[in-house]
Design a binder for this molecule. Structure first.
Ligand SMILES: [Mg+2]
Length: 409
């Protein structure tokens, strides 16, 4: 590792088989003893697999697979629901241990944390980054009983890919920590498919395939000008940089936003209250997901309505206790919409939901907010479940879980 002070030292710490591991800890006698373990779905085996043990994966079971199919493939498996609260608690515990090593921690999902240790060389007496990562891994194991894989590099992109390779697998040689040295990024990238690069989704992959681009090796054969001529300035440059392991994004422990809003202009004006309520539900759902993703809670909910004659009206309510669950946001938004419709009942062109007076719940604050005494509009359970559902949807697609189902739990 170079001692150059300008070289960034970034780690990505990712819990191994997080949902399975937490389910085992939460139920040591049942799930904890079942080698063939599938986590997810409902007791009736509806829904999809959130995670499966390595042993169950050997039967072809994988995340996002319909549970009914998973149970057919692996008939002896023990199936348990995701222990949402235990997962949220473990996630906070991991974050707390990691923050002892550096304050610059960005939680990317319930079990993924980026850390920036740039400038800590002196603090750690010149300890190599891999050695710091191993101490971190040991501390998390000792205090949470969960195992982490940690990738290290000069960028978030390369650290993330390194963590994937560091993951211990049955029969594999990886020991949980892999650090890519400064200067070795481009060579390291050559082993990956483009689909392995974050943000290269199925649609982008199809577009790239039309130019014969499937792997990083395919990309580095072409110069920037060629990639730009195929993909446009923005995406061509982006791919050219990623293929060489270049990613300037910084680890951001604090994200700021003044308000978050979602609105929809209708193809044809809507006058039906039930149809407007259905659109409002979807807007409240998306706006609250944005707020949660940013690690925030909102005190003010605003509904905006643009009438067919372009008159724009809005109504707001500021709450004593901040909210972030879709259930609570929708409940308030529904009252506001009813008020606006009662005042003037004409067909609507546009409907919007905005959340403002945002307060951070990241880091230490999250603990106190989540454990704060009762908010009449929103329980800790509402929040935890909303956030977990966001992650499952992000990983497995928007249909993996319904909000309706979540509300009934
Ligand atoms: Mg993980």
């Amino acid at each position: 590792m170079s001692r150059d002070a300008s070289v960034r030292r970034i780690l990505l710490a990712d819990a191994d088989a997080f949902y399975v591991a937490v389910a085992r800890l939460a139920d040591p006698e049942g799930a904890g003893k079942a080698p063939l373990l599938i986590v997810g779905g409902s007791p009736e085996h509806r829904g999809v697999v959130t995670s499966a043990s390595y042993e169950a994966r050997a039967y072809g079971v994988h995340s996002a697979m319909p549970m009914a199919r998973a149970v057919r493939l692996c008939p002896g498996a023990t199936v348990v629901p995701v222990p949402w609260e235990a997962c949220a608690r473990k996630s906070r515990e991991i974050g707390a241990v990691l923050r002892r090593f550096t304050p610059v921690v960005e939680q990317a999902s319930s079990d993924e944390f980026y850390l920036d240790l740039s400038g800590t060389e002196q603090l750690y007496g010149g300890e190599p980054l891999a050695a710091t990562a191993r101490r971190m891994r040991d501390a998390v194991m000792a205090e949470t009983s969960l195992s982490l894989s940690i990738g290290g590099a000069t960028s978030k992109l390369v650290a993330k890919l390194a963590a994937g390779l560091a993951k211990p697998r049955p029969g594999g040689a990886a020991d949980g920590v892999l650090v890519v040295a400064s200067g070795a990024e481009a060579d390291f990238m050559l082993q990956f498919a483009l689909a392995d690069i974050p943000l290269v989704g199925p649609k982008f992959q199809q577009r790239l395939a039309r130019f014969g681009l499937h792997t990083v090796r395919d990309v580095v054969r072409h110069d920037l000008e060629t990639l730009v001529s195929w993909l446009g300035e923005r995406e061509g440059t982006w791919l050219h940089e990623r293929a060489q392991g270049v990613d300037r994004a910084s680890v951001e422990p604090n994200r700021e936003a003044k308000s978050v809003s979602r609105d929809e202009t209708f193809a044809t004006d809507l006058d039906d209250d039930a149809a407007l309520a259905a659109r409002l539900l979807s807007l409240a759902d998306r706006a609250s997901a944005d707020v949660r993703e940013a690690g925030l809670v909102a005190r003010t909910v605003t509904v905006k309505l643009r009438d067919a004659d372009f008159t724009t009206r809005q109504a707001s309510r500021t709450l004593a206790d901040a909210v972030q669950s879709d259930r609570a946001v929708y409940a308030v938004a529904r009252e506001l919409l009813t008020r606006l419709r009662a005042a003037r009942r004409v067909p609507a062109r546009l409907l919007g939901v905005a959340l403002s007076q945002l307060v951070r719940t990241d880091g230490e604050g999250q603990l106190s907010l989540l454990e704060a005494p009762s908010n009449p509009l929103e329980t800790e359970r509402d929040r935890v479940i909303s956030r977990m559902i966001d992650e499952v949807r992000e990983k497995f697609g928007p249909d993996a879980l319904g909000r309706g189902g979540a509300r009934q739990r």
